[in-house]
Write a protein that binds this ligand. Structure first.
Ligand SMILES: [Zn+2]
Length: 497
């Protein structure tokens, strides 16, 4: 199953290579065993007849629980957006079949776009359950993608995640928030024990666990440290949203008397395991701390623009030596899992920083973020994101006759600037052809879509109900966001005013 020859490919070996190399690839047991001419072995052969073979893309940050919400919301700042996305007063239990389907929908989209690895910072509304963990990880196992899954579950009262909100809310809403279902650190650590025991290394190592605190202000210090202990013990990535918005910069000043980067550093949890998600409202001191820590920053450019969060200081982070990986964040804030869109956005949005145009990202840097940054943050035993002997056999095969390559001047620029995912013909994960000629081989797509059609009326009704309940809270959140927006924090990450 995991032995394969990919014959007659034009290979882009890695982000460091400028040109394509004509060669065959021999895969043994899910790993690249040999690269050369006219390779022979008694295994399945996929003749790609001159098509372009690249390392599979790595979507280094997303939240699959948003998969059913794409296109539900207009542009909103994060804190108002989250009201609608993760309702603070929700109750009930998620149905495992809906969770499975939701996860499959996103993974199917990604595989057909040549995305072979993902990191899912999965949240659970309102509470984490083993059945939901199994439904998510099981769906990734079933569809054949490489997936790292964490449990993104805040454990503090809703108003404590923000500055000003406690005082802005009326007593009755405050009380309701205090009584809303909420996880505890002990409960979450039990869920993590289950996730790691049941799923870490499952499906020939394709499925792995990560830990997530969601964000430092959404957890307690003990819990933040306990997750760090797990990350070190099992060598897991540690997901942490940090300084995504200006409000979070203000929150750091109000709640901790310092930036959130300094806060996590002082707690002793900022190290090479940590994936610092967003890192937009960081100042020069924060950037130096991040560089010294070895942490990897996850850049989500489309989401950042969609939610008006600001422009991540790409060049300053790169110059300081901070590794960067790339993600789509959410189907409700991108509104897709199309990493190609994020790739193009990342390559063009940093021109908005102005200054010396030689500081703007090169296409090779963006591909390096996808493959090298993604590989670094995934912390897998065998490398992903490059075509070399010993690396994971994860590839996307792109139609050499697609408009992207007509004519072909520079393959890296073609991929970053011209490609939108339409050229992907085959996708291979762990040596297995999971998309062949644009169709998934691992699941019945028609059946998946029929199940979704059947669920659609309920999904629409739920979305409307959610909007109505969130609307009553929005005025308080809006006031909070406005109060933070006018604070002078000494710099800005917004442009164009
Ligand atoms: Zn996120």
């Amino acid at each position: 199953m995991r032995d394969l020859i990919i014959r007659n490919g034009n290979l882009l070996i890695s982000a460091d290579h400028e040109t394509l190399v004509r060669a065959d690839i021999l895969v043994r047991d899910g790993l690249i065993a040999e690269i050369g001419s006219n390779l022979q072995a008694d295994v399945e052969v996929l003749d790609v007849a001159g098509d372009v073979v690249i390392p599979g893309l790595i979507n280094a940050h997303l939240h699959s629980p948003g998969n059913f919400m794409r296109g539900t919301l207009e542009g909103l700042p994060l804190e108002v957006f989250m009201l609608y996305e993760v309702p603070p007063l929700a109750s009930g239990v998620e149905a495992p079949e809906a969770v499975r389907l939701r996860t499959l929908i996103g993974a199917a989209e990604m595989l057909k776009l040549g995305i072979t690895s993902l990191m899912d910072d999965a949240f659970f509304v309102p509470l984490t359950t083993r059945s939901s963990i199994d439904a998510i990880a099981g769906a990734y196992k079933e569809i054949g993608i490489r997936a790292t899954v964490a449990l993104d579950q805040p454990i503090v009262v809703e108003y404590d995640k923000y500055p000003f909100l406690r005082d802005l809310l009326p007593d009755d809403i405050r009380r309701t928030m205090e009584l809303a279902p909420r996880e505890t650190a002990e409960g979450m650590l039990e869920h993590y024990a289950y996730l790691i025991e049941r799923w870490h290394g499952a499906a020939h190592g394709r499925i792995a666990a990560a830990v997530s605190c969601s964000a430092p202000q959404r957890a307690t210090e003990d819990y933040l440290r306990a997750l760090h202990g797990l990350a070190r013990k099992h060598d897991l990535p540690y997901f942490c949203h940090i300084l995504e918005t200006k409000l979070q910069r203000v929150l750091g000043e109000e709640k901790y008397g310092q930036s959130l980067v300094k806060y996590v550093d002082q707690l002793g949890i900022l190290d090479e395991h940590m994936q610092v998600i967003h890192s937009i409202w960081v100042d020069a001191e924060d950037i130096a701390i991040l560089a010294a820590s070895g942490a990897v920053v996850a850049h989500n450019p489309v989401c950042n623009m969609r939610l008006g969060s600001g422009v991540m200081p790409f060049r300053s982070l790169r110059d300081a030596g901070v590794p960067i990986c790339l993600g789509t964040d959410e189907a409700v804030s991108d509104d897709s899992h199309n990493l190609w869109g994020a790739i193009k956005a990342a390559s063009v949005m940093h021109a908005l920083a102005g200054g010396d145009y030689r500081d703007w990202p090169a296409c090779s840097e963006i591909l390096s973020a996808v493959w090298d940054g993604g590989n670094r943050v995934m912390r897998r035993p065998s490398p992903v994101g490059r075509i070399e002997v010993g690396a994971a056999a994860d590839f996307a095969v792109l139609d050499a006759n697609s408009p992207t390559f007509q004519p072909l001047h520079d393959v890296r620029r073609a991929l970053v600037l011209c490609e939108a995912g339409r050229s992907v013909r085959h996708t291979i994960v762990d040596g297995r052809v999971v998309v062949r000629d644009g169709r998934l081989t691992t699941i019945d797509e028609t059946k998946m879509l029929e199940s979704l059609r059947a669920m659609e009326p309920q999904l629409r009704a739920d979305a409307i109900a959610l909007r109505e309940s969130a609307r009553s809270l929005e005025p308080y959140y809006r006031q909070m966001v406005m109060q933070a927006a006018v604070r002078d924090v000494g710099f800005t990450r917004w442009v164009g005013k």
